[in-house]
Write a protein that binds this ligand. Structure first.
Ligand code: NAP
Length: 263
């Protein structure tokens, strides 16, 4: 049967966003956007492995989700990353979906105020972390013709005056390019790789910029739709991209930012 014909059958058999029988690994799934993604995927039938550094918080989050296990790991540690993937396969038998969401926002400052450790840590978590997870998951995704969604940022698409977080922007721009490269490298295996670039979302990461109403009001005005976003608005796009509805989408970079990137 041709590849196109087999996809046509899959599409007609399952024109839905339901993920019954699928297994997803969500990095940074203990809180913020990652937790919302894990929740949305689990509510739509997937079995989930959430992973993050802080084991206690991870366990507390997993209890709130259906069919979800926590496996802690620091994305900077290749052995720990491999362990997460092994545990996912041991527990659920396969992996269909990898969401590379874990990330950090570094110390803010212009180049002369940033040292090499700040730079290295940001790249290590935000760019090499997804590399480690994708590398560990690829052999399993090849078996399931699965998909990867990378969570980048609108800061990975353009520079913002006064943002002063160049390492963050560079790490997120790198993730955009990794998405495109991996999409082409693995399309022959039926693996799809896509990327979401969120604008500002209220989470622990943005707490320091959005701690008072004046900050929120200022930030809301930066967005054509008049407000910042919420984690569920990223999660619903992940759900679509990993579902059978998106079988012809790979290498796509999707800004979800209230229209900001259109300016
Ligand atoms: P958050 O609330 O700060 O959560 C970050 C998550 O990543 C936590 O689960 C954290 O786990 C995990 N994490 C951080 N460093 C890790 C490491 N070394 N190893 C393993 N896990 C680690 O952040 P968020 O706002 O939800 O952001 C999620 C993603 O969206 C990030 O990649 C971020 O860059 C991106 N993003 C966010 C916004 C926004 O406005 N919030 C906008 C654009 C893009 P621990 O608690 O265990 O460290």
């Amino acid at each position: 049967m041709s590849l196109l014909m087999s996809y046509k059958l899959r599409i007609s058999a399952c024109q839905s966003l339901k993920l019954s029988g699928m297994v997803a690994v969500v990095t940074g799934g203990s809180r913020g956007i990652g937790f919302a993604i894990a929740k949305m995927l689990s509510e739509n039938g997937a079995s989930i492995v959430i992973t993050a550094k802080n084991q206690k918080r991870l366990e507390e989050s997993a209890i709130l989700l259906e069919n979800t296990i926590p496996v802690s790991a620091d994305v900077r540690d290749s052995m720990a990353v491999n362990h997460v993937i092994s545990m996912a396969v041991r527990k659920f038998g396969k992996i269909d979906i990898l969401v590379n969401n874990a990330g950090i926002f570094p110390k803010v400052g212009r180049l002369d105020k940033i040292d090499e450790n700040d730079w290295n840590d940001t790249i290590n978590v935000n760019l090499t972390g997804p590399f480690r997870f994708a590398k560990a998951a690829i052999p399993h995704l090849q078996k399931t013709h699965g998909s990867i969604v990378n969570i980048s940022s609108n800061a990975g698409l353009k520079a913002f005056e006064g943002f002063n977080a160049a390492a963050y922007s560079a790490s997120k721009a790198g993730l955009v390019m990794l998405t495109k490269c991996w999409a082409l490298e693995y399309s022959c295996d039926g693996i799809r790789v896509n990327c979401i670039c969120p604008g500002a979302i209220k989470t622990d990461m943005t707490e320091r910029f959005l701690s008072n109403p004046g900050d929120v009001e200022f930030m809301n005005k930066q967005y054509p739709l008049g407000r910042i976003g919420c984690p569920e608005e990223i999660a619903s796009a992940v759900l679509y991209l990993v579902s059978e509805q998106a079988l012809w989408i790979t290498g796509s970079i999707l800004p979800i930012d209230g229209g900001e990137s259109a300016k």
